[in-house]
Design a protein around this ligand. Structure first.
Ligand code: ATP
Ligand code: MG
Ligand code: MG
Ligand code: MG
Length: 469
C-alpha cells in the first residue's frame, strides 16, 4: 500500500516529469503579507508570479504546501472531529503555470495523473465547472469522456476564485470522488453536498480575468493555472479508505494518542483521538515555523488549538501532559519530508509541555465550574455570557473552547453576553488606568487594542515570531 509519503512523491514526480520545477513549501507564517494569518493554499508563495510583479526562471512549478486553516476566511477548526475530510493542518499538492499552459493542458494533466498514475476508477469521478465556463465543460468531455450528468455547472463562488477584492481571478473546476451510497451526502450543488459521500479532491483554478476596484472585470494577458489537492484526501482514496483519519499517517498519530492516554483508539473517545492527532500536527508545525503561544494574533490561534487538544486529552482521562509525548511519532511520520520538524523537535516538545502544564490546573477547575453551571441551566438553555467570560478571564478558556464543550451537549453560549462582559471589563480597566494617572502609553495601547481587537493585532507578534525561526 502506498503511504502518504509515497503519494506525495508520486504527485511531485509526475509534474517534474512534465516540466515543472519542484519548489519547497513556504513557511506557515507568510512573509510580508499582513493580510493573511497562515499559508492556506499552495498559491500563497506565488502571488506575485500570477500578477506579473515577479518573474522567476521557471514558468511551471509543483509543491507540497503546508497549510493551516484555523482562522480568517478559511477556518476548518470546527469541522475537525466532525467530518471525514477536514484538518486544521493539511498538505496541499499543487501544480502551477505562470503564463505558460492553460485550461486544456491542466485538465489533461489532472485526468492522466488521477486515472493512470493513481489508477482511480473513472466511473467514480465527477467534476464541477463554473456555470458560464463552456470551454472547461467541453475540455472535460473531450479529455475524459465524462457524460454531461457528471460535469456539474455551479453558479456560486465555490467555482469562481478571487485572489482578493481586486486582482487576478477566474473560474475553477473541482474534481470529486463518490465514496459510495453507504455514506450520507449528495453531489456538489445538491442540498446534501456537505456530507462525506462526494468528496472534493482537487481544485483547478483558471486565472483568466482581472477584477478592478470600479467593478469591471477584464481578460488577463497572462493566463495562469493554480491547483490544489489535499494529500490526505487523495491518500484516503488510494488506501481504500473513506476517511482521511484512516490513512496510514493519521492512524499512526491516533494510535500514539491512544497509547499515551491508555485508551481505545476506536472506543468512545474516538473523536478526541482524531482531534488530538489533527491538533498535534497544526500546533507542532506552527511552533516549528516560529509561532509561540500568546494572547494575540497568530500566537493566540496557536494557543486556542493547543488548549482544545488538551481538553480532549482531559476527556480521555489523562492526568498528566500528553501532547509533548506525541511529538516523536509526528517527527517519525513527517520529519523526512519536513526537516524543520526534526530541527525544532525539542522546541516543540518544550513548548507543548510548558503550555499544557500551565493550563492543566485551570482546565480542571474551569471544567468543574462549567459542568456545575450546566447542571443548573434549564433544558436547552444557553450558557450565560458572564459565565463564558469568567471561564475566559479567570480560567484561560478561549470562547471557542467553551463552545466546543457545549456543542457536544447541543448547547450554545450567549455570545452577545460574552461580548458585553468583555466590553465592561475593558471599560473598567481603562478607568483604572486613567485613575492611576492615565499615561500616554496606556491610551495608545487601548486605541490599538480597540481598533484591531486584542486578539487580532498581528504587528509585533508576527515580527518576533518570524525572528525565531
Ligand atoms: P471543502 O469544500 O471540502 O471544504 P475547499 O473547497 O474549501 O474544500 P479548496 O480551498 O478548494 O478546498 O482547497 C483545495 C483542496 O485542498 C481541496 O480540494 C481539498 O482536497 C484540500 N482541502 C481543503 N481544505 C482542507 C482541509 N481543511 N483539510 C484537508 N484538506 C483540505
Ligand atoms: Mg473548505
Ligand atoms: Mg469546496
Ligand atoms: Mg474547493
Amino acid at each position: 500500500m502506498a503511504s502518504l509519503n509515497d503519494i506525495r512523491s508520486t504527485y511531485l514526480d509526475f509534474f517534474v516529469r512534465n516540466g515543472h520545477k519542484r519548489v519547497d513549501s513556504s513557511p506557515l507564517v507568510p512573509r510580508n503579507d499582513p493580510t493573511l494569518m497562515f499559508a492556506n493554499s499552495g498559491m500563497v508563495q506565488f502571488k506575485n508570479c500570477f500578477t506579473g510583479v515577479e518573474t522567476r526562471d521557471y514558468k511551471r512549478a509543483t509543491t507540497a504546501q503546508k497549510c493551516v486553516r484555523a482562522g480568517g476566511k478559511h477556518n476548518d477548526l470546527d469541522n475537525v472531529g466532525y467530518t471525514a475530510r477536514h484538518h486544521t493542518f493539511f498538505e496541499m499538492l499543487g501544480n502551477f503555470s505562470f503564463g505558460d499552459y492553460f485550461k486544456d493542458q491542466a485538465i489533461a494533466f489532472a485526468w492522466e495523473l488521477l486515472t493512470k498514475d493513481f489508477g482511480l476508477n473513472k466511473d467514480k469521478l465527477l467534476v464541477t465547472v463554473y456555470y458560464t465556463d463552456d470551454e472547461a465543460a467541453a475540455i472535460w468531455k473531450k479529455v475524459a469522456g465524462l457524460p454531461d450528468s457528471r460535469i456539474i455547472r455551479i453558479a456560486s463562488d465555490d467555482n469562481f476564485w478571487r485572489m482578493g477584492p481586486t486582482g487576478p481571478c477566474g473560474p475553477c473546476t473541482e474534481i470529486f470522488y463518490d465514496h459510495g451510497d453507504h455514506i450520507w451526502g449528495g453531489p456538489p450543488g445538491s442540498a446534501e453536498e456537505d456530507g462525506d459521500r462526494f468528496i472534493e479532491i482537487w481544485n483547478n483554478v483558471f486565472m483568466q480575468n482581472e477584477q478592478f476596484a470600479d467593478g469591471t472585470m477584464r481578460p488577463l494577458d497572462m493566463q495562469s493555472i493554480d491547483t490544489g489537492m489535499g494529500l490526505e484526501r487523495i491518500g484516503a482514496l488510494l488506501q481504500g479508505k473513506h476517511d482521511n483519519y484512516d490513512t496510514d499517517l493519521m492512524r499512526a498519530l491516533i494510535e500514539a494518542s491512544a497509547h499515551a492516554t491508555n485508551s481505545d483508539p476506536d472506543g468512545p473517545g474516538k473523536t478526541s483521538h482524531r482531534v488530538i492527532a489533527d491538533h498535534l500536527r497544526s500546533t507542532s508545525f506552527l511552533i516549528a515555523d516560529g509561532v509561540t503561544p500568546s494572547n494575540e494574533g497568530r500566537g493566540y490561534v496557536l494557543r486556542r488549538i493547543m488548549r482544545r487538544a488538551m481538553r480532549h486529552a482531559h476527556m480521555l482521562g489523562a492526568k498528566d501532559p500528553v501532547m509533548h509525548k506525541l511529538v516523536p511519532s509526528l517527527v517519525r511520520q513527517m520529519g523526512a519530508a519536513y526537516p524543520e520538524l526534526q530541527r525544532a523537535q525539542s522546541l516543540i516538545e518544550e513548548t507543548q509541555l510548558l503550555e499544557e502544564t500551565r493550563f492543566k490546573t485551570t482546565l480542571d477547575r474551569g471544567l468543574r465550574l462549567l459542568n456545575d453551571e450546566l447542571d443548573h441551566l434549564p433544558e436547552g438553555g444557553a450558557l450565560p455570557g458572564g459565565v463564558a467570560f469568567k471561564l475566559y478571564d479567570t480560567y484561560g478558556f478561549p470562547l471557542d473552547l467553551t463552545q466546543d464543550v457545549l456543542r457536544e451537549k447541543a448547547r450554545e453560549v450567549d455570545v452577545e453576553g460574552f461580548d458585553a462582559a468583555m466590553q465592561e471589563q475593558k471599560t473598567k480597566a481603562r478607568a483604572a488606568w486613567s485613575g492611576a494617572g492615565g499615561t500616554a502609553d496606556a491610551k495608545i495601547w487601548f486605541e490599538i487594542a480597540e481598533a484591531h481587537g486584542t486578539t487580532e493585532f498581528l504587528g509585533y507578534d508576527t515580527e518576533t515570531a518570524e525572528g525565531q525561526i
